[in-house]
Design a protein around this ligand. Sequence first.
Ligand code: CMC
Length: 378
Amino acid sequence: MSVCEFKPGLEGIPAAQSSISFVDGQKGILEYRGIRIEELAEKSNFLETAYLLIWGELPTKEELEAFEHEVRYHRRIKYRIRDMMKSFPESGHPMDALQASAAALGLFYSRRDLDNPAYIRAAVVRLLAKIPTMVAAFQLMRKGNDPVRPRDDLDYSANFLYMLSEQEPDPLAARVFDVCLALHAEHSMNASTFSARVTASTLTDPYAVVASAVGTLGGPLHGGANEEVITMLEEIGSVANVRPYLEERIQRKDKIMGFGHRVYKVKDPRAIILQHLAEKLFDKFGYDNYYDIAIEMERVIEEKLGQKGIYSNVDFYSGLVYRKLGIPTDLFTPIFAIARVAGWLAHWKEQLIQNRIYRPTQVYSGLHDIPYIPIEQR
Ligand code: CMC
């Protein structure tokens, strides 16, 4: 490839050398630090998985306990951050609230000491601990309520669900949610991770790194797709309407949300796990129309678009799971962010090891030597 050849979306161009995760889009394989995602979903939990991603290996029992303890201890947010969030418009999108709040952490923890492992660890702990609290706080405050204090006796995911609803969650619901976080924690060089690495490469603070990645995650072609999946299921409304609805959209060349992936040309391995988890939840809490519509959608899309390698992706079933857990639709993407913070931080740390500022080139397609025309002659 000539260095000047432009590839829209940088498709296929390596933007970093990384040992954090591996994706084989043809075989449907995803590994975090060499461990298959299926194994982590079954045997690990989100915080242990985050540790694995960020520090490169599974923690010992003592290391994990110490890490969990630190994260638990740092869950609370400063009252000035709460007060700042209270003044956000309640009609604003929670992703925007999260991006602003994540950036604001940089005001309160302003020291930048990137060569100091203790600083790196403190930033990792703070971000993992406080982002869920900020998401839950905005949810309650936009309804006019005071935020709920985190509960130290609850683990990471159970505490988040508790802070959202003020009720201790069902153990199956908390476990399924925790696996969802682990499944969303990292996915190689996607758009938000690329943002995180570009921002990290300027040696700015980690709060700016996460804030830039949150901004990138919000778009409908990336993390925002899970919200749009629910909108689409609502629009479809019935199993009978699935085929005509999809045929019309495909005819119009509209993208079907929750399907297709730049890398996977088979069903996303995370969608397979999530479908299974969704079924567990539906078994316990009752099946509804949405599940039947989703299954029919997969069938029709496979028939119509399978030959192009378009199958369900992680966002298709995560939307269904979160809806079943009673989570408001516009919190789906912030929840994706809660999980992906682990991956962003792993990439931040990796970027710092042999940092070189990102400064790609461009293919200039404009004109040269154009004379300046005075305004009265234009
Ligand atoms: N529905 C219908 N057609 C599709 C879809 C879709 N969801 N995705 C791709 N195609 C078609 C597309 O129209 C094109 O057809 P043709 O060659 O006839 O013009 C072909 O497949 C290639 O599409 P593309 O847009 O060039 O593929 P891409 O690799 O640039 O796009 C994608 C990947 C994820 C942006 C795209 O599949 C999409 O927009 N999907 C819907 C949004 C979505 O679910 N996003 C979440 C992705 S997974 C989580 C994450 O990474 O955040």
